[in-house]
Design a protein around this ligand. Sequence first.
Ligand SMILES: Cc1cc2nc3c(=O)[nH]c(=O)nc-3n(C[C@H](O)[C@H](O)[C@H](O)COP(=O)(O)OP(=O)(O)OC[C@H]3O[C@@H](n4cnc5c(N)ncnc54)[C@H](O)[C@@H]3O)c2cc1C
Ligand SMILES: *[C@@H]1O[C@H](CO)[C@@H](O)[C@H](O)[C@H]1NC(C)=O
Ligand SMILES: *[C@@H]1O[C@H](CO)[C@@H](O)[C@H](O)[C@H]1NC(C)=O
Ligand SMILES: *[C@@H]1O[C@H](CO)[C@@H](O)[C@H](O)[C@H]1NC(C)=O
Length: 616
Amino acid sequence: MAQSWSLIVGVIGILFYIYHNNSQQSVEESVVLNGTYDYIIVGAGSAGCVLANRLSEDLTSTVLIVEAGGSEEENEVMHIPALPGLPQNTKQDWAFRTIPQKKSCQGLKDQRSAWPRGKVLGGSSSINYMHYIRGSRHDFDGWAKEGCEGWSYKDVLPYFIKSEDNRIPRLKNSAYHGTGGPLVVSDSMATPLPDRVYRWGMEELGYKTVDCNGESQTGFCFGQETVRNGERWSTAKAFLRPAMIRPNLHVSTNSYVTKILIEKGKAVGIWLVKDSVKYTIKAREEVILSAGAVNSPQILMLSGIGPKEHLSSLKIPVKVDLPVGNNLEDHLMLLMIFRDNTSSGFNPSDWADLQYKLFRSGPFGKVHLEASAFHGDDKKAPPYFQNQFYILKANTRLAKDFENNFNLNPQITEGVFKFYKNMVEKNEGVITASNILLHPKSKGTIRLRSADPFDPPLIDPNYLDHPDDVKDFLKGMQEMLRLSNTTAFRSIGASPSDPYLEYCPPCNSLPYPSDEYWKCRLRHYAVTVYHPTSTCRMGNDNDDTAVVDPQLKYTLLLSFIRVKGISNLRVVDASVMRHVTSGNTNAPTIMIAEKAADMIRGIDSVKDIRKKTEHL
Ligand SMILES: Cc1cc2nc3c(=O)[nH]c(=O)nc-3n(C[C@H](O)[C@H](O)[C@H](O)COP(=O)(O)OP(=O)(O)OC[C@H]3O[C@@H](n4cnc5c(N)ncnc54)[C@H](O)[C@@H]3O)c2cc1C
Ligand SMILES: *[C@@H]1O[C@H](CO)[C@@H](O)[C@H](O)[C@H]1NC(C)=O
Ligand SMILES: *[C@@H]1O[C@H](CO)[C@@H](O)[C@H](O)[C@H]1NC(C)=O
Ligand SMILES: *[C@@H]1O[C@H](CO)[C@@H](O)[C@H](O)[C@H]1NC(C)=O
């Protein structure tokens, strides 16, 4: 009997395997490249894939997109939502490390933070945690106020909607969301806890339950994720692959761009290295840099666009003196852990594995980042939001992340890994509440290590340099401690116990839970949430901190007089953000690319959506 069952299951499995593989569009990269294109896009990440799709919609222009990494399909686990941390430190990850930090990362190996970035089609959207958060309306209104004309909330909302295919039933009638776009957004709910416990706990603390991507971001919200039918929906899947059938789009993978070719103040092409061979490819209209917040500034500096003194010290001829690589902003996160008496939430079993293989459903089909909350005052001017909280159940995945991804010192990795593993084995509950500081005052830099394009750049996020950042973090910690002591949380036996206590010298010698203890935890064990932005920030013509203007082009500033910079060159990715947004950065990066595509094409593709959203 058992045998015939497994035979039936096996046959169904094979049928589904064939079905899934046929329904996948497996278009291959272009083999033969042309010498000239109208547009060259550097980097097939969150922004680059959107641009490749939108620019090639116009069948009269030719487009080349160049990516240093390979296909996202080479990684066998990249599509599984429940295992988003696994692609880190593989071939598909640049696996950067920051320079040793002075006031943070003290419990990390060499005081260096791991800085993963996707090196693959889809870029960081192929290795991220898929949480979909657009940012607050005040973020974009703030950008506009600081000189980024055309980037207010009213201006950008139509582009968020244009991209989206929102499949969450409770948001069906929301004017803030779109359907029918390439980017599928689905519900993160994987266990009953967000609805049964988290929500009520937050409401006890005075938070309203809201759609964080809707009218007001302040409050508690059920998670939304870029997952389609149980698979990661990277921008490679959503935007690039459907466009790869167009004859006017070429895709070149494993192609490392080393420099922008500049002639007489005009970007005319790129240099790239593929299979150890150097190529020059020309652009008739524009070169668009979408290599992300680390590599876009790196490529600019290698091309002679950057801080004069820095370039001169490396003997790189200076073409334009601009603050490239300055103003780096990133989010730092502190994980707080509470025990509870519900089950472990995500307990991978053979059945779960089979269920996923057959139907793309079950626990493997969700990210398990089930809820977020935003703390702050939505009515106030900046800094409107102080903190974001993720609330999730411990599971094997967090154990793995601790083991592999945070670059923690071996002692704490082993301790916390053991703690999580033990909980999972005994099927005991742990709730992890992450506290994220949304608007840090500390700013960092990206600099070149050398003039060699294959040398990884020097990344200095300068975390916790500004004393206010520590103070603002503490407010978030107090909030999460209060959450663990609400009636809702106490009803599942939650206690603000902290397993780090056992394993985290020197903090464990301090009284728990004192401010001193939390400050120590913060300086030793806070980790990045992977949201670097603003290294080629946008600003108006007489802003000497800006690298690009609101058209995302180059401006050169000399004593408040605008001098012609480099023409035919744009930057379109997370590096142009005026400031890091209040939340995760994939959705706003996609929005930036959608808007830039319209600017480049000189069209207004969102007229109709704008009419419908003007009153919002
Ligand atoms: C581990 C992780 C988890 C995250 N979790 C979330 C989340 O849950 N939700 C969320 O919204 N955001 C998340 N983010 C952030 C989000 O994914 C990024 O902000 C976003 O993807 C940035 O897009 P981008 O286009 O600026 O850069 P990227 O997507 O990084 O794209 C840059 C591309 O350029 C390529 N490139 C770089 N240099 C060169 C070169 N010299 N030649 C050719 N190609 C080059 C890269 O290989 C890459 O493909 C996460 C990020 C990481 C790394
Ligand atoms: C490549 O070049 C050929 C020959 O000139 C041309 O027909 C084709 O349209 C070009 N394709 C792209 C994507 O540039
Ligand atoms: C938890 O809440 C109860 C009453 O609501 C209060 O008496 C107690 O002091 C709180 N405990 C902590 C650790 O804050
Ligand atoms: C969890 O703890 C609460 C509060 O102590 C208790 O009421 C509940 O019965 C416990 N549930 C289980 C499954 O142990």
